[in-house]
Ligand binder design. Structure first.
Ligand code: GCO
Ligand code: MN
Ligand code: MN
Length: 388
């Protein structure tokens, strides 16, 4: 029996805010005591995580003095070293403080926009000091409750301007960051700008440094909107823009639940792991989720181990699925190849167009091809249920 120990090659990471979550929700007070930075790092080391990620203000308060920040960063580095952790990703908290109540980079107030950029410039330095190479942008407050309040075209332009500025900052300081944009349809705002991963994929080519920029899709976010997350990640992979991924779980059409990876939608999680593994995804697998509000810290450890263990198990199932002769036979059957025809439609030419118009394509005959999808799906489920 395999041990399903976390494989460092898979770069399993957690944010300080994930295992450090104290179980507060909009209706209720915290159910867990706040634990210290060192305790979080110790916990992550213990459960076998590869790394830790952080927002500037997960590590120190927004009004911390430079001396305090320096002291905490030192403690952070020591904690990472003592517990065998790396820090692959950093990000800025541009959502908690009241100053950001109407957005950061897209605020209607030029000084607030400037403050958001200034805060990010500093936070990029802190991340770089801990060795982070991915910088995530999640626009938690970049949105509206009423379209009367903000011009949506201005919002796009303001966001672009901020990112262009920060790309230059990245270059000038030789931080070597890749930027990863994280979309979300809503929460905490009524509607967020750049609601799905594809919104950012469309923005990126309009930036001054498109090569520096990619995406950080999150399972919960497209799923909240009732969409198939796997397809959004697939598009990012196909465009070579998957720089980071936030793994968790979520029921469709609900509030942002941030469940343990695989806890609800095992089948979607399976096809996500299959997509990542089959395509050689090499970035962090970041668990952006938190334990149930009922859990104590002992249970939070089980939560963290569970995320990684589920990934490891699903990865093994992917291997089984790929090696299953019956499944492979069905895949061969449903993907009807025709070399001549594919050559014709691969690229337009006047000659190909002429030949295509004349091609004998018999609609009635074509519709008779078998598509035993019930059988294929059932076999997939049986792999997942552990009997194949
Ligand atoms: C959320 C987001 C955040 C971001 C984090 C890093 O829904 O709250 O997923 O957890 O991922 O701020 O940018
Ligand atoms: Mn989220
Ligand atoms: Mn996230």
């Amino acid at each position: 029996m395999a041990s399903y120990e976390p494989d460092p090659k898979l770069k399993f990471t957690f944010g300080l805010w994930t295992v450090g979550n104290i179980g507060r929700d909009p209706f209720g007070e915290p159910t867990r005591e706040k634990i210290t930075l060192s305790q979080i790092l110790e916990m992550l080391g213990e459960v076998g995580a590869y790394g830790v990620n952080f927002h500037d203000n997960d590590a120190f308060p927004i009004d911390a003095s430079p001396e305090e920040i320096a002291r905490i960063l030192k403690e952070f580095k020591k904690g990472m070293k003592d517990n065998g952790l790396l820090c692959p990703m950093a990000t800025t908290n541009l959502f908690s403080d009241p100053v950001f109540k109407d957005g950061a980079f897209t605020s209607n107030n030029a000084k607030i926009r400037a403050f958001a950029i200034q805060k990010t410039m500093k936070a990029m330095e802190y991340g770089a000091e801990l060795g982070a190479k991915t910088y995530v942008f999640w626009g938690g407050r970049e949105g509206i409750e009423s379209d009367a309040t903000k011009n949506p075209i201005d919002a796009i332009k303001r966001f672009r301007e901020a990112i262009n500025f920060l790309c230059e900052w990245n270059i000038q300081n030789k931080f070597g960051y890749k930027f990863a944009f994280e979309a979300k349809p809503n929460e905490p705002r009524g509607h967020l700008y750049f609601a799905v991963t594809g919104s950012y994929l469309a923005l990126i080519p309009t930036l001054d440094h498109p090569d520096m920029c990619g995406v950080n899709p999150e399972f919960a976010h497209e799923t909240m909107a009732g969409l198939d997350f796997v397809h959004h990640v697939a598009q990012a992979i196909e465009m070579k823009k998957l720089f980071h991924v936030d793994l968790n779980d979520q029921e469709m059409g609900r509030y942002d639940q941030d469940f343990r990876f695989g806890s609800h939608s095992l089948k979607s999680a399976f096809f996500l792991v299959k997509l990542l593994e089959d395509n050689g995804y090499n970035g962090s697998r970041h668990f952006d989720c938190h334990a149930y509000r009922q859990s104590d810290y002992q249970d939070v450890r089980e939560f963290a181990k569970g995320c990684m263990r589920t990934y490891m198990i699903l990865k093994e199932k992917v291997g089984r699925w790929n090696a299953d002769k019956e499944i492979q036979g069905l895949l061969k059957l449903i993907n009807t190849e025709d070399v001549g025809m594919s050559k014709l439609t691969k690229k337009f030419s006047t000659g190909n167009a002429k030949k295509l118009l004349e091609a004998p394509l018999d609609r009635i005959e074509l519709s008779k091809a078998r598509l035993p999808y019930e059988q294929l799906d059932q076999l997939s489920n049986e792999v997942l249920m552990g009997i194949r």
